[in-house]
Design a protein around this ligand. Structure first.
Ligand code: M6R
Length: 366
């Protein structure tokens, strides 16, 4: 059932192109001009009146939510707050009459996320679930559901569920923008075109996966690592760091690159490994400065960037190139090398990749 792959995690990493296509299927009109959600019942009037959005989720789904915030705010211009589900109901969140809550969960059974969405419902909020499991508790209790259709995810470390959740957020953000007329039809059509190229671009990255096996060999004895990035690259760094901790047991921290100099830079010494993400053209120069700061303290840096910034070679020790896409869509591509780094490191260390210690696939206690 692993289809010749050594682990479920490897299989699921390689299933991503198909999973992403499946998340898009039936949600783009035939002409490729509009986003459609045939299953959603939400009246157009309700959609147009949304004034605020909460996203609640845990772990990897929370990291997808952080990207979702960038996407919805930038495309539909609606303010979004993202909360770790286990914290949400204890902070007495503020609900207005037009607040939408989005609960994100691969399994649809996570107790913390379920409790957070119940809190939202109690406060009169409409709840939209983004989940991979049809008929799950979260799907049943939500008012509306967007299924990710990524297929069963068995490995504890989530991979294809995350990238499919990102696709769901892109579609939802574009849909809101379209219904609110926050974007011109031509802008939506052009985003749809870039979105449809993502599965093929993920295939291109996976074709060069072996390159990252060497990096895994190089970091296997490290005690700690840093992942740095700005904007959505910071959110992707958080996911890369979680993945590595979860299955390699090597400690790492994800940092907003500009924030390092406010304290964490003290931890950088000769040979400290840093993975630096720079996928955003508007932030590239600033990232180079931050990379220079860590290099000056002796860091060994792997840079991840897209094809237009080959010049990054001059500032780092190694470069991993990803294909170019729209600025908002880079997380789908940038996370692939990070998943592979975590996977290969776990393999090299001889860990139980699919069933890491102390963890369960679905966390049904609060
Ligand atoms: O099933 P869910 O998406 O609700 O699960 C949430 C987290 O428990 C989950 O993403 C966890 O962080 C993963 N093991 C990360 O790889």
């Amino acid at each position: 059932e692993k289809d010749g792959y050594a682990h479920y995690m490897e299989k699921e990493i390689y299933e991503q192109p198909r999973a992403l296509r499946n998340t898009m299927t039936g949600r783009i009109d035939e002409a490729g001009q509009k986003v459609v959600f045939p299953d959603l019942q939400l009246p157009a009037e309700t959609i147009r009146s949304i004034e605020k959005i909460y996203i609640v989720a845990c772990g990897t789904a929370y990291h997808a939510g952080l990207i979702g915030k960038h996407v919805i705010e930038s495309l539909a211009r609606i303010p979004v707050e993202v909360d770790v589900a286990s914290e949400f109901r204890y902070r007495r969140p503020l609900f207005g009459p037009n607040t939408l809550t989005i609960a994100v969960s691969q399994s649809g059974e996570t107790a913390d996320t379920l409790a957070a969405m119940r809190e939202a419902k109690r406060n009169g909020s409409v709840v939209l679930a983004i989940t991979n499991v049809v008929g799950s508790s979260i799907a049943r209790e939500a008012d509306e559901v967007i299924t990710t259709n990524a297929g069963p995810e068995i490995a504890v470390a989530s991979t294809k569920a995350y990238t499919s959740q990102l696709i769901a957020f892109y579609l939802w953000g574009m849909y809101l923008a379209q219904e609110k007329a926050a974007l011109a039809p031509a802008e939506i059509a052009s985003l749809i075109q870039s979105l449809q190229q993502l599965p093929g671009q993920v295939e291109d990255i996976l074709a060069h996966a072996q390159q990252l096996r060497q990096f895994a060999e190089a970091i296997k004895d490290e005690r700690h690592l840093f992942f740095i990035g700005r904007g959505i690259d910071h959110a992707v760094s958080m996911e890369g760091s979680l993945k590595l901790k979860e299955i390699s047991y090597i400690h790492s921290e994800a940092y907003a690159a500009g924030e390092l100099k406010h304290g964490t830079l003290a931890l950088i010494e000769e040979g400290t490994r840093v993975v630096a993400l720079s996928t955003q053209d508007a932030l590239h120069e600033k990232m180079i400065s931050n990379i220079t700061e860590v290099k000056a303290r002796g860091a060994n840096v792997l840079g991840i960037t897209h094809e237009d910034h080959v010049d990054l070679h001059r500032s780092v020790d190694d470069v991993c190139l990803i294909p170019k896409t729209d600025a908002l869509f880079t997380p789908v591509l940038a996370v692939i090398p990070l998943q592979l780094i975590a996977y290969y490191t776990s393999v090299v260390l001889g860990n139980d990749v699919d069933r890491p210690r102390n963890l369960a696939k679905s966390v049904t206690v609060e």
